[in-house]
Write a protein that binds this ligand. Structure first.
Ligand SMILES: Cc1cc2nc3c(=O)[nH]c(=O)nc-3n(C[C@H](O)[C@H](O)[C@H](O)COP(=O)(O)OP(=O)(O)OC[C@H]3O[C@@H](n4cnc5c(N)ncnc54)[C@H](O)[C@@H]3O)c2cc1C
Length: 405
């Protein structure tokens, strides 16, 4: 072992919301190394930052890290509706600021954060420890020896792939976003657009609270071969379409792009002393690909349980993490994935009908679908409300036919 080797209890690969949240709840004296291939936490931007007020409050995210969206609208080729949100309030996170804040939560701990450092591979030695090869531009370190490894590398599955523990996801949601000056556009409006402009995907528009507005497109590959950037360029060039969306885009945009897995949820998260979290564990909702709040919540849970595992040497805490994640996500994500695969094949007419329906159904049902939540009681209540509406409509029709209305 040379002076280019770091030794620790836990190696965390990836400084996104998941990896940073794990580090934030590990006990202060657990020796941790976090390697992050980007040169700055939170940059470049690879996500949109949509979330919900109820979650940012629950997770203790400071109020200067998000803005609220007061009007939500959906557009299909021949349909447009205001999305009824009821009491739910969508918010847009300032992700560079939020991720830096998440990183600060472990600044006082025995944690070494290596930026601009890429995890390359790992192997388990005869003594059970993992010897991981890393590459940093400053070449200060090239090896980390650890008892545990957390794969928080997002869709890269960097650790899982290196050890052959899980295949890299073959179905991916790929997104591109342009950030423009806000100009005359509304500062609190969110839009979803679907249909022929975005096959096997959807588009979005919202203001950021930093005097800018983002417009983006995400598609599922290989369900479509189209590139999100080409689709987005076609939207931007289509002035009548932008007018229909009520948008005025001026100036040079900043470009963001990102990728996340879009595969069925796999509840195996623990492989001996290797644990996965975040997008590497497919935590984003299958309905709209919203992952940040779930990565923070379950990342914190992993930090707590892993801390107990390090202290006691027991397997139980990691099993608890796996079990609690399964309980929280497995059933909802099964339903959500069904919605995802069906929607990926929607035609123009189906999207038109779907957007028209959005304006009519209970806010609770829309919000649950957007959040990827399908509890049995809620589904039963939604189905009953639908049946009641249909019976009422039939009775009204019958009454008017009989001249009783
Ligand atoms: C276009 C798009 C829009 C989205 N919009 C939303 C949204 O509106 N709301 C929402 O909640 N979620 C959204 N998501 C999903 C959300 O961004 C993810 O669920 C979330 O970022 C996952 O966090 P993570 O920490 O698991 O992974 P990531 O955020 O991907 O972070 C992993 C980090 O690990 C680093 N890394 C990877 N490999 C290595 C390696 N070998 N060595 C070192 N570092 C490595 C990467 O550079 C990366 O920064 C969106 C995703 C995309 C792609």
């Amino acid at each position: 072992m040379d002076d280019k080797t770091l030794t620790c209890d836990v190696l965390i690969v990836g400084g996104g919301p998941a990896g940073l949240s794990v580090a934030s709840t590990l006990p202060d004296d657990v020796r941790t190394v976090l390697v992050h291939q980007d040169h700055e936490i939170g940059l470049p931007v690879r996500t949109s930052g949509g979330c919900w007020m109820q979650d940012v409050e629950r997770l203790g995210i400071p109020a200067d890290m998000y803005i609220r969206i007061n009007t939500s609208e959906a557009f299909a080729d021949d349909a447009h509706t205001r999305i009824p949100m009821g009491d739910a309030v969508p918010v847009i996170l300032d992700t560079p600021k939020l991720y830096k804040w998440l990183a600060q939560q472990s600044d006082q701990k025995d944690r070494t954060l290596l930026l601009g450092t890429k995890f390359l591979s790992t192997r388990q030695r005869d003594d059970g420890l993992y010897e991981s090869t890393i590459r940093a531009r400053d070449t200060a370190y090239d090896c980390v020896v650890s008892k545990y490894i957390v794969d928080g590398s997002g869709w890269h599955f960097a650790v899982l792939d290196s050890l052959g523990l899980a295949p890299k996801p073959e179905r991916l949601a790929v997104g591109t976003e342009y950030e423009y000056p806000l100009g005359e556009n509304a500062p609190d409006r969110g839009i979803i657009f679907v249909g022929e402009k975005v096959p096997a995907g959807y588009g979005w528009v919202f203001s950021t609270g930093r005097d800018t507005l983002r417009i983006g497109v995400g598609v599922i590959q290989p369900d479509t071969d189209e590139s999100p950037r080409d689709l987005l360029d076609a939207v931007i060039k289509d002035k009548p379409y932008l007018e229909r969306l009520g948008l005025k885009l001026d100036g040079e945009p900043v470009v963001h792009s990102g990728i996340l897995p879009s595969v069925a949820y796999d509840d195996r998260l623990v492989f001996g002393n290797v644990v996965r979290v975040g997008d590497a564990a497919n935590f984003a909702t299958p309905t709209v690909g919203e992952g940040i709040r779930i990565c923070i919540e379950l990342g914190r849970l992993l930090g707590e349980q892993l801390g107990k595992a390090v202290k006691t040497g027991q397997r139980g805490p990691l099993e608890t993490y796996e079990r609690l994640c399964r309980g929280k996500l497995k059933r909802d994500y099964k339903w959500g994935f069904l919605v995802n695969t069906r929607a990926a094949k929607y035609t123009r007419d189906k999207w038109n009908a779907s957007v028209r329906r959005m304006g009519r159904v209970e806010p609770e049902a829309i919000v649950a679908t957007l959040r990827g939540e399908f509890p049995i009681v809620k589904i039963a209540r939604m189905a009953w409300a639908m049946v009641r509406r249909r019976i009422y409509a039939r009775v009204q029709r019958l009454k008017s036919r009989l001249g009783l209305a």
